[in-house]
Design a protein around this ligand. Structure first.
Ligand SMILES: NC(=O)C1=CN([C@@H]2O[C@H](COP(=O)(O)OP(=O)(O)OC[C@H]3O[C@@H](n4cnc5c(N)ncnc54)[C@H](O)[C@@H]3O)[C@@H](O)[C@H]2O)C=CC1
Ligand SMILES: O=C(O)[C@@H]1CCC=N1
Length: 278
């Protein structure tokens, strides 16, 4: 991807995953800046990745080509407003915040023509296996779209959405999704231990199985249902287990969980998209 100065505003979990993924992909650490009020967070990022650290957001965005907003949705309004008077029209703004809509960001920045790309990445970006959806406002030029895509593609899959409203569903699927798989891993490991396996054996077999299943689903050309059927011998062990999961309502549970996540994304947008005086 094109070399440029990227300033992260907020250096928490998700920023760390993007920074780690970018550097592992060969992006120069000296072109990455991170601003965060927490000095422990900053020192840990400087020690781990040799990035440039700032306690002042405005200082961090000076001459930056790209600014990535990586603060909590609840902090977005005050952070974006405070950047507005220092904003350079040629800079690309990328938001990774759940829920917060492009029109709210643009209003808070008070630069009606600012190029802003709303994204929803996920934590596996750290190991360059991320999945990010992007949606750009109408002021984003083609080269700026390419720049945003290049940053996200450096850490995994990058997919453009044709409707910003789909961000709520994406957040429920791939944004939050790693947590669902981690929860399943926790549950499987714990059950394996109850069946008598030691912790290390349970963990290694569980993780390789999760990795193998995902790799096979990506590479085999078969859909998930076909792959599942190929494991499930009639009258065998898998069939018994799948019956238990389906009787327990697994499919409906996932639907409820993802609808709840998508609704929360929309609720955050409605609650936090309102203007309040700073
Ligand atoms: N954690 C995840 O898996 C994902 C998170 N996101 C989004 O990423 C954003 C950040 O989430 P996390 O990294 O999980 O949260 P986090 O709490 O780990 O990081 C937020 C960081 O912002 C810093 N901060 C607070 N006030 C600030 C200010 N005024 N200026 C600069 N920095 C400030 C905090 O010190 C903290 O280090 C959120 O908007 C979230 O919706 C998006 C996709 C996935
Ligand atoms: O839980 C959250 O709100 C954020 C957004 C997607 C993943 N983590």
């Amino acid at each position: 991807m094109k070399e440029c100065i990227i300033s992260f505003i907020g250096g928490g979990n998700m920023a760390r995953c993007l920074i780690g993924g970018l550097i592992a992909n060969g992006f120069p650490a000296n072109k990455i800046r991170v601003a965060d009020p927490n000095s422990e967070t900053l020192n840990s990022l400087a020690a781990g990745y040799s990035v440039n650290i700032y306690q002042d957001n405005v200082a961090a965005i000076k001459d930056a080509d790209v600014v990535v907003l990586a603060v909590k949705p609840q902090q977005m309004q005050s952070v974006v407003r405070s950047l507005g008077t220092h904003w350079k029209p040629e800079c690309l703004l990328i938001s990774i915040a759940a829920g917060i809509r492009l029109n709210a960001i643009s209003r808070w920045l008070a630069h009606a023509d600012a190029a802003i790309v709303r994204t929803m990445p996920n934590t596996p970006s750290l190991v360059q296996a991320g999945a990010t959806a992007l949606f750009a406002n109408s002021h984003t030029r083609h080269d700026q779209r390419e720049l945003a895509e290049g940053i996200m593609r450096a850490v995994g899959l990058a997919i453009w959405l044709d409707d910003e409203q789909h961000m709520d569903a994406v957040t429920a699927l791939s944004g939050s999704g790693p947590a669902y798989f981690f929860l399943v891993m926790e549950a499987m490991e714990s059950a394996a231990k109850r069946l008598g396996l030691d912790e290390n054996t349970a963990r290694m077999l569980c993780l390789e199985t999760a990795f193998g299943a995902a790799k096979m689903a990506l590479e085999s050309g078969d859909n998930a249902a076909t792959l599942r059927q190929k494991v499930t011998s009639p009258g065998g062990t898998t069939e018994r287990a799948i019956h238990e999961l389906q009787d327990g309502g697994l499919t409906g549970l996932f639907e409820n969980a993802m609808v709840a996540a998508a609704l929360r994304s929309r609720e955050l947008a409605d609650q936090l998209g309102q203007d309040h005086e700073q």
